[in-house]
Design a protein around this ligand. Structure first.
Ligand code: CTP
Length: 400
């Protein structure tokens, strides 16, 4: 049952729009409250009258509701919902969502939604297979939305292949499990660091590294999906998150990251340090741009404070502390050394010798070593899947 759950359904222009009627009926029957947003082309396929009657609510399709100039508050709709399900999701709307195009009510609601978003594509097989569609789908998944895969079968064109929207019963069953699932990290406060740090040399130059922040952001999203309240302290990265359970603090240097971590650590249950923090910073930052007058130039550097080691000292017995180790030689030995020295519960080891692991890419290959001497090595996976493995380890450590 889904009583008291608030479900927002988005309908795009597609023959499969007739299936949305059944999907709405299933949600209403299970006790959920349903509101619907339709695109202009969805209205060509199924009438707002049918949808409004089944959902027991007026349909939202325009920014301006009536001649009196009343407007549909897209932000409120996005905040109201516990889950937003776009079914059918057309290739056109998927492309808009993936690229931030906001030219109708549905795309505006999508961009402002804070709840989990699910999308069930419906399109012809060649549209589905097209690299641009697949790229857009990949972007939506990377933004933390959940894909409900289309199935193989007869399509509106008469062709047979992949592209049929999942059946309403299957979408409903999947959502029912998702919405009723017990969240293992419900109301846990978790601190996560992500990305590189930049250490200024002068007003235009810095020392940095190639960390993209993808692993830390994927972790924050996965922890938040499991019910945690996440404080994400991120070094410079272009990545964004819209998750309502994530509060992001942006910092630049190792010193700023240290200050924020020490400030938030006493009030969290768990801290995971996945940032690639600079180990050294210039002793002095030039106030003016350094001119190339000398043939040789050397920079005096001093060690930054080790954030993880400091948190290891401050750690209370009930707190869980997780570190990362990026190694190129003697991987297990070095990671075990850091685990002990920094007083960690477990450490996630990446080896740059493993193809597809480490910075920048969308995949990672990890080994987890815990303080009880247990070692687990995982296959090469997407960073989202790696985040799930790390979260599973956190949950099992909490219950050990
Ligand atoms: N770390 C940190 N503060 C630093 C340096 C590292 O909090 N000033 C954290 C990283 O976020 C990571 C762990 O320490 O979780 C290990 O980082 P890594 O760079 O692998 O190791 P270091 O301890 O810096 O040692 P080395 O660079 O000599 O391998």
């Amino acid at each position: 049952m889904l009583s008291s759950k608030k479900i927002l359904i988005g309908i795009c222009g597609s023959i499969a729009a007739y299936k949305s009627a059944e999907l709405i009926r299933l949600f209403i029957k299970s006790g959920a409250e349903v509101k619907v947003v339709m695109t202009q082309s969805a209205v060509e396929f199924i009438t707002p009258l049918t949808i409004a009657t089944l959902s027991k609510n007026p349909v939202n399709k325009d920014f301006v509701k009536n001649d009196a100039g009343e407007w549909t508050n897209h932000v409120e709709l996005g905040l109201w919902a516990d889950a937003f399900i776009i079914a059918p999701a057309s290739a056109n709307s998927i492309a808009k969502f993936a690229n931030g195009i906001c030219d109708n009510l549905l795309s505006a609601v999508y961009l402002s939604a804070k709840c989990p978003v699910y999308f069930a594509p419906a399109m012809d097989l060649d549209m589905w297979k097209h690299p641009s569609t697949q790229k857009n789908i990949g972007k939506l998944v990377a933004y933390g939305n959940t894909l409900i895969k289309p199935t193989h079968g007869e399509l509106a064109s008469g062709l047979i292949g992949e592209g049929r929207m999942a059946e309403p019963e299957d979408i409903f069953d999947f959502l029912q499990i998702q919405l009723n699932a017990e969240k293992p990290l419900l109301n846990k406060n978790i601190l996560v660091t992500a990305g590189p740090t930049y250490e200024a040399i002068d007003p235009v130059r810095f020392i940095g590294n190639h960390s993209s922040g993808k692993m830390g952001f994927a972790l924050a999203e996965e922890l938040a999906d499991q019910g945690a309240h996440v404080t994400l302290i991120s070094g410079p990265t272009h990545l964004l998150t819209n998750h309502k359970n994530i509060s992001i603090k942006r910092v630049t240097s190792a010193g700023e990251m240290f200050e924020q971590c020490v400030r938030y650590f006493p009030s969290v249950d768990i801290a995971i340090m996945s940032a690639a923090v600079a180990d050294y910073t210039p002793v002095e930052v030039a106030t003016q741009k350094i001119k190339k007058t000398e043939n040789e130039f050397s920079l005096s550097l001093t060690k930054t404070k080790d954030i993880l080691a400091e948190l290891g000292k401050l750690k209370k017995p009930e707190q869980l502390l997780v570190g990362f180790a990026l190694e190129t030689t003697n991987e297990i030995e070095n990671a075990t050394g850091k685990l002990k020295k920094k007083n960690l519960d477990f450490i996630v080891l990446n080896s740059l010798n493993d193809k597809g692991a480490g910075f920048q890419g969308d995949t990672n290959k990890i080994t987890i070593l815990d303080k009880n001497g247990k070692t687990e090595t995982f296959e090469l996976k997407t960073k989202q899947e790696v985040a799930q493995d790390i979260v599973n380890k956190i949950v099992s450590t909490l219950h050990a």
